[in-house]
Design a protein around this ligand. Structure first.
Ligand code: BGC
Length: 445
């Protein structure tokens, strides 16, 4: 076993998916509260209003379970509209007090809080002012970031600015996520603005300069793989790689967009407005890079190749491919493309069950597929570490079943099951597996 001694072993969640307490203690709605309330936007109309109710159950339920799991880090996010009900300006004392108590309790129990500022839940009041397509959002985010670093910089050793900026593009260009627009040019403007806002956040962090704290960003890499080596498949792979993850990694790690993407968007008439100084911001040096990896994406224009793959591939019961090497490939790719110098943390990795997960006779869910998936990823992660790559942590998504965005409560990503009526949490078999794995890796067993 070659995971370093001080490796961070964690689970990850986000405010909009677990907290609930949507209208408590002065919080105002986020774009997800508004979006989910519109007909047909989420599975069965599921809302994030209560979710796992972590706003009221963190201390008596979430924390004891984190302790029992033996994790030494917990990745969570701050609800922007809970701490700044107007998006900017006056802080909400009650919201601030909640997070302070959460972060302190984690520290007291040897669990490093790893806090994301923006995990998709823009305050609705800011959306009403144009949201991510209004350039002023860069300043709004900078103010929010500055205030959080100033208040919590001494109790939170690990920060990230934004989680998966692609979700912002999806929200403005494809409509499947909040705020639900279907305008490609807006999507591109929104994703550019969020990348610049990220840089503004890093700048705020350096200005506050909290002692012993680190700042990073979280990007998801879903590498495309051409199923044949025909020029069409290779071109499709390249195009999708450019649009789906290089759009984010290029300006962050390379300081610019690729010529390919700029030319394409120009041709398509959807090129965003940019300012020269933007790229100094997007490429601010980072203390670490947060990498979310869930899978690879096989692509082809050839129907036969597609069919052969669907019949011959190695799949989990949820029909997603079992390809744990994805994590190893993504780490390699960051080095090959950008010669990345900062340490990497795997900030998310996990899989889901669709619908009601069957409970076995012993009263727990035997999620053997999830165990296989996680074990496979950890094996490939270990291989990358053995080869000398600087990876310092792994966070399993997720501590518990939660509000899975437009899939609401139908997709279950938890290593523990959540009874959304009573708020009680029951470990699945994978939680026991992960606890034992961590104990063994940390040399505690
Ligand atoms: C997101 C999470 C989400 C998970 C599973 C990630 O892309 O950061 O919020 O729940 O994937 O879909």
């Amino acid at each position: 076993m070659s995971f370093p001694k001080n490796f961070l072993w964690g689970v990850a969640t986000s405010a909009g998916q677990i907290e609930g307490g949507a209208f408590e203690d002065g919080r105002t709605p986020s774009i997800w509260d508004t979006f989910a309330a519109k007909p047909g936007k989420t599975h069965n109309g599921g809302l994030p209003t209560v979710a796992c109710n972590s706003y009221n159950r963190f201390f008596d339920r979430d924390l004891p379970n984190l302790i029992k799991l033996g994790v030494n880090s917990y990745r969570l996010s701050i609800s922007w509209s809970r701490v700044l009900p107007n998006g900017v300006g006056q802080l909400n004392e009650k919201g601030m007090d909640y997070y302070k108590r959460v972060f302190e309790a984690l520290n007291q129990n040897g669990i490093t809080p790893n806090v994301t500022l923006y995990h998709w839940d823009l305050p609705q009041v800011l959306e009403d002012r144009g949201g991510w397509i209004n350039r002023e959002v860069i300043e709004w985010f900078g103010e929010y970031a500055y205030k959080m670093f100033s208040a919590f910089g001494d109790v939170v050793p690990m920060w990230s600015t934004v989680n998966e900026p692609i979700a912002t593009y999806v929200g403005y260009a494809h409509g499947g996520f909040a705020p639900g627009y279907t305008n490609e040019a807006w999507g591109n403007q929104a994703r550019h603005n969020i990348l610049v806002a990220h840089g503004k956040g890093v700048e705020a962090f350096r200005a506050v300069s909290p002692k012993n704290a680190k700042i990073g960003v979280v990007i998801d890499v879903w590498k495309r793989h051409a199923l044949t080596d025909s020029p069409e498949d290779i071109a499709l792979m390249k195009d999708q790689d450019e649009r789906n993850w290089k759009f984010y990694t290029d300006p962050i790690l390379g300081g610019k967009y690729s010529d390919y993407i700029l030319t394409q968007l120009e041709k398509e008439g959807t090129l965003m407005k940019m300012e020269p100084h933007d790229f100094e911001l997007t490429s601010q040096p980072l203390d670490y890079f947060g990498l979310n990896v869930y899978n690879r994406v096989p692509v082809t224009v050839n129907q036969q190749a597609q069919m052969d793959f669907s019949q011959g591939g190695n799949f989990l019961n949820n029909r997603t491919e079992y390809y744990p090497k994805a994590v190893y490939d993504a780490i390699h790719l960051l080095h090959d493309l950008y010669d990345i110098k900062c340490p990497i943390y795997i900030t998310e990795n996990g899989t889901y069950f669709e619908g009601a997960e069957p409970v076995a006779e012993d009263g727990i869910i035997h999620d053997d597929d999830r165990i296989r998936y996680v074990a496979g990823f950890l094996e490939w992660l270990e291989k990358a570490i053995d080869e000398g790559f600087d990876v310092r942590g792994y966070y399993l998504w997720s501590l518990m079943d939660n509000f899975e965005w437009s899939a609401a409560y139908n997709f279950k990503f938890g290593i523990s099951a959540m009874d959304f009526t009573t708020g009680s949490m029951t470990w699945k078999k994978s939680a026991y597996f992960y606890r034992d794995f961590i104990q063994n890796a940390r040399g505690l067993s």
